[in-house]
Design a protein around this ligand. Structure first.
Ligand SMILES: [Zn+2]
Ligand SMILES: [Zn+2]
Length: 142
């Protein structure tokens, strides 16, 4: 598969994701947990889940912050220390999977990652926001 590339707002951090051809284009998972709300400054986060070794930084390296997750085990959040863009999260009990914020993908590639797959922590969806699309809503983590 053609690599997916992305960057933070100031471009000091850039990354590429090399998924094997056997891997389907990842679907988007929206997360409504309180931790994601605060970390993104928004009502939910928009993510893709990829095998951790497939992401490499081609410029700079993010700062990380460990915080408790809504379900307990800490989450490692990686972000740009210069502009603050959230880039990835990683669950401490699932280090093999990297969760990438889809808003950081470069334009053309964000169009390739266009299918919504699931909403998680749907029980914490902000009241003004209805279900997004016709996908499964899960109360907790998947
Ligand atoms: Zn930046
Ligand atoms: Zn979350």
């Amino acid at each position: 598969m053609t690599p997916l590339t992305g960057s933070c707002l100031c471009s000091n951090i850039q990354y590429r994701i090399d998924l094997p051809d056997s891997e389907p284009t990842p679907k988007i998972a929206l997360c409504h947990c309180t931790s994601c709300k605060r970390a993104t400054g928004s009502s939910f986060s928009s993510n893709i889940l990829i095998p951790a070794p497939t992401l490499s930084y081609t410029r700079g390296s993010p700062k990380t912050y460990n915080c408790p997750s809504d379900r307990g085990p800490p989450v490692r959040r990686a972000f740009c220390a210069d502009c603050g863009s959230p880039l990835t999260t990683q669950m401490s009990d699932n280090p093999g999977t990297l969760i990438v914020k889809t808003g950081t993908l470069n334009e053309g590639e964000r169009e390739r990652v266009s299918e919504l797959g699931v909403e998680i922590y749907a029980g914490r969806r902000d009241a003004w926001l209805g279900a997004v699309g016709k996908v499964d809503s899960v109360e907790g983590m998947i």
